[in-house]
Design a protein around this ligand. Sequence first.
Ligand SMILES: Nc1ncnc2c1ncn2[C@@H]1O[C@H](COP(=O)(O)OP(=O)(O)O)[C@@H](O)[C@H]1O
Ligand SMILES: Cc1cn([C@H]2C[C@H](O)[C@@H](COP(=O)(O)O)O2)c(=O)[nH]c1=O
Ligand SMILES: [Zn+2]
Length: 194
Amino acid sequence: MYIEEVFRRRNEVGGSIEVICGSMFSGKTEELIRRVNRARIAKVHVEIFSPVADTRYDKSALVSHNLNSIPSKAVDNASAILPLAAHVQVVGIDEAQFFDDDLPHVVSKLANSGVRVIVAGLDMDFKGRPFGSMPELMAMAESVTKLHAVCVKCGSPALNSYRLVPDESQVLLGEKESYEPRCRNCFNLDGIAG
Ligand SMILES: Nc1ncnc2c1ncn2[C@@H]1O[C@H](COP(=O)(O)OP(=O)(O)O)[C@@H](O)[C@H]1O
Ligand SMILES: Cc1cn([C@H]2C[C@H](O)[C@@H](COP(=O)(O)O)O2)c(=O)[nH]c1=O
Ligand SMILES: [Zn+2]
């Protein structure tokens, strides 16, 4: 059966878009893994995708900062998700901020054809600017969950990812050596505020 036909038939069931956003270390990947695991327990066919550009741990698994993991597929671009999701009921997407501009179209096509799509990603970059397609995805979603890390400076809820290294490019992969989660006050104290 052609993919278009699969999507047309699946449309009889309601799909949806859930977005999980927040700073680095806020628990986005853990929450995505938790939701996907529940779907698996319910014997639902699930696939998880991440951008091949995010080579932090493993190309065949999502791995959270506390080393929870779940199998996933790394794809070159957003449109590569569609053929791989033809017979899937739940699609998980991690690091959504790194995908190309086609991601909102791909996500809405999946949801309109009956798929439950769970998207996790950074809502803001290291300067506090909206990141990639995340604002559009949040606008389209049935549900948006914003998570917070713990500010490393004061212990308050952290919404920002503070960059510790002198690099101005928007995309710079890294972890604790390069970023720390900070609350609004502690983020602004170091002169980031506009
Ligand atoms: N400052 C912090 N605040 C909250 N969690 C932290 C912090 N530093 C490390 N962690 C760890 O990060 C985990 C969340 O990891 P993960 O789900 O990969 O986050 P995200 O995908 O949002 O970057 C937490 O459960 C905790 O073990
Ligand atoms: C803030 C910020 C982050 N990144 C990179 C750093 C990490 O490799 C990922 C985020 O991973 P997480 O699962 O949310 O912890 O994004 C970046 O490239 N640019 C930024 O501004
Ligand atoms: Zn703080």
